[in-house]
Design a protein around this ligand. Structure first.
Ligand code: FB9
Length: 293
């Protein structure tokens, strides 16, 4: 029975079988949540339970100032080369910066200050203006901490973010040119590495992970820094789960944060725990041809 038959009235000359009201409907093609979306919700729930607020990460395009210079990452650092970072050709540069803050960043890189000897190089604004795809969500953390420093009175805060970052790296079975970084930070008076270990332990206890080990590491923007490992009961082995540290005074003091305010932070990826949870060995089986979360 078609609409043409109804319009033309030809249905009147035809014999139709009785309508079967017991017939089942056509099976519906049901959708499903992507594994990354499910693990992102799990991590988001843990952060929210621990009193963290989510940072606004809806800007894949960033400039080198916030992605590197604000984090006291020197302009000669290899991570700032095109072989590690995706620079944008149009618009090639940003030119809106908080200029008095930018001057303090320039000074701490080139001449030092706040008890630091700095790097002693000729810092160039042209380098800081270059637009790029953010290589870490720590660029957003820097923007949020600068905003925090502009408040009349400092109030302790716990922030987190889970979003895409982009690195011009060699691709392999577990690394793509983009991945989702999970980042947490706490800004408060007189925080210590013990607080960082404690909050990280609490975070992973909620994932059923209780055996953690911490190893000294280096980041340009945190001192001290630690790599974090856990014994994964399912895999029966120790695995690397992320990196962490205490943001350096050369990053925090030019922003205008009080001297006795410390910021501890850590980061990991979303893809690695998702691949483990769902048993993927190759990240392409997880991501597929195109997934925009
Ligand atoms: C270019 O690679 C970077 C990425 C990614 C990573 C590493 C460090 C940071 C960071 C940071 C940071 C440091 C200081 C201050 C602020 C942020 C963020 C992401 C993961 C970090 N990694 C990673 O995610 N591993 C991981 C995480 C969770 C997990 O959960 C299971 C339930 C137990 C299992 C494994 C470790 C490796 O996968 C590593 O090979 C790849 N790393």
């Amino acid at each position: 029975l078609t609409s043409d038959m109804l319009l033309a009235g030809s249905w009147k000359k035809l014999k139709f079988k009785d309508y079967n009201f017991e017939a089942l409907g056509a099976p519906l093609e049901s959708g499903y949540l992507h594994p990354l979306v499910k693990v992102r919700s799990e991590f988001r729930q843990i952060f929210l339970e621990m009193g963290f607020s989510e940072m606004p990460t809806n800007n894949y395009v960033e400039n080198s100032f916030w992605n590197f210079d604000a984090l006291f990452q020197p302009q000669q650092h290899p991570a700032r080369d095109a072989h590690d970072t995706f620079f944008i050709s149009d618009p090639k540069v940003s030119n809106k910066f908080p200029m008095d803050y930018l001057e303090r960043v320039k000074k701490v890189h080139s001449k030092g200050g706040y008890g630091s000897q700095g790097y002693g190089y000729d810092w160039k604004i042209e380098e800081a203006q270059k637009n790029l795809l953010r290589t870490h969500t720590t660029a957003v953390s820097a923007r949020m901490l600068f905003k925090l420093a502009q408040q009349k009175e400092f109030k302790p805060i716990k922030l987190f973010s889970i979003d895409k970052v982009f690195r011009n790296e060699t691709l392999d079975a577990t690394h793509l040119a983009e991945f989702h970084q999970v980042e947490g930070l706490i800004a408060d008076y007189n925080l210590t590495l013990g607080d960082l270990i404690g909050v990280f332990a609490e975070f992973f206890k909620k994932l059923g992970i209780t055996q953690l080990e911490f190893k000294p590491a280096y980041n340009p923007y945190t001192e001290p820094s630690m790599e974090i490992f856990c014994f994964h009961p399912g895999l029966g082995k120790w695995i690397e789960i992320g990196n962490s540290g205490v943001f350096r005074p050369e990053m925090l003091l030019p922003m205008g944060l009080p001297e006795d305010v410390c910021v501890i932070a850590w980061g990991l990826s979303l893809e690695r725990p998702t691949m483990i949870k769902y048993g993927f060995n190759n990240i392409r089986d997880l991501i597929g041809p195109k997934v925009d979360l």
